[in-house]
Write a protein that binds this ligand. Structure first.
Ligand SMILES: [Zn+2]
Ligand SMILES: [Zn+2]
Length: 346
């Protein structure tokens, strides 16, 4: 038994405010692991919560953050899978293991899924204690800074897996924000010929800088351009990442015969979908939510391979004491991709 230790955590206390607090660490339970957090990325979901979404899931205050990398600093008595000193990422899902989804092998979309760092305290803290089955060991060759991208890249890998992207297929990603760009890079790594449609000029330049063809829907006809590129076939796989009605209109318009459309964005309102195109071209629509363990493994090897433009992705870094400023700065930023909170980079 180790004695109690103090550590700092950033609590979100609603109304767009964070408060730093000293917490007391207790020894991990038998199946738990304590991780000294190196980096924790700010997710789009954290930003939605910052803006007032899902208050009922947070209680009076909550340590947010789930895109972490770090070093194991303590393990429970039953834990054999990792050791103190191991570099790790955390897959922040706690399924019930008892519902129809869990029993059919889809525990990542458990009916009663708890998301660590939203339904429980998370990773904007010096230490985070989590169940051992959420831990993925990192190779020594991967920096902890880059490894902060494992969680969002695992989302992208799950999307690409759902869309079954094959080498040589024409792929359109609608929306080139942080997740759209990771989807584009994961689809390219799977062999897809990827075009990204994005409306923001600042982002367009970034996307072009890492070698993607782009379409600006404000000034170009997306479907016409895709038809030109593909000899009027259309895109074999379309990822809707924009979360806009215009994106949903576009996704059915550009899809090839028997094209696959993956719904990546979480739309604030149920969008109107042109079902006629589903009949006409025998399209398929795929839902995709979070990730499965293998998507973490894929994300880790993709980062290791160097196929992910991590320096382009990571646009902002701030220490834990500046978390308020880091969230405030994302307000209306058109250039930010991934903003990291640097906690204990080692
Ligand atoms: Zn996230
Ligand atoms: Zn379940």
């Amino acid at each position: 038994m180790t004695s109690a230790q103090q550590y700092r955590a950033a609590y979100f206390v609603h109304d767009r405010k964070f408060e730093l607090a000293e917490c007391t660490l207790s020894a991990p339970a038998a199946d738990d692991v304590t991780v000294d957090i190196a980096y924790c990325g700010i997710c789009g979901t954290d930003l939605h919560i910052f803006h007032g979404a899902m208050p009922h899931r947070l209680g009076d205050r909550r340590v947010l953050g789930h895109e972490v990398s770090g070093i194991v600093s303590a393990t429970g008595d039953q834990v054999n899978s990792v050791r103190v000193g191991d570099p790790v990422a955390i897959r922040p899902l706690a399924p019930c293991n008892n519902c129809p989804a869990c029993k059919s092998g889809h525990s990542h979309i458990c009916h009663n899924l708890a998301f660590l760092g939203i339904d429980t305290d998370g990773g904007f803290a010096e230490k985070w204690t989590v169940p051992a089955n959420t831990i993925h060991k990192l190779p020594a060759s991967l920096s902890l800074r880059e490894a902060a991208l494992v969680e969002p890249l695992a989302v992208a890998c799950h999307n690409v897996e759902r869309g079954q992207v094959k080498p040589g297929e024409d792929v359109l990603v609608i929306g080139g924000g942080p997740i759209g760009l990771l989807v584009a890079m994961a689809a390219r790594a799977a062999g897809g010929k990827v075009t990204v449609s994005e409306i923001n000029p600042g982002r367009l330049a970034v996307i072009q800088s890492i070698g993607f063809d782009t379409i600006d829907p404000a000034n170009q006809d997306v479907a016409g351009t895709i038809n030109d590129i593909t000899g009027s076939k259309g895109a074999d796989v379309v990822f809707e990442v924009s979360g806009s009605q215009a994106g949903v209109d576009c996704m059915t318009e550009v899809a090839a015969v028997r094209g696959r459309i993956v719904m990546v964005a979480i739309h604030p309102e149920p969008p109107k979908i042109d079902l006629f195109r589903f009949f006409w071209r025998e399209l398929e629509l795929f839902g995709a939510r979070v990730y499965e363990p293998q998507n973490y493994d894929q994300a880790i090897s993709l980062l290791e391979s160097g196929d992910i433009a991590t320096d382009t992705m990571i646009t902002d870094e701030a220490p834990l004491s500046d978390i308020q400023k880091a969230f405030d700065a994302l307000e209306g930023s058109t250039t930010a991709m991934k903003s990291l909170i640097t906690i204990n980079p080692g």
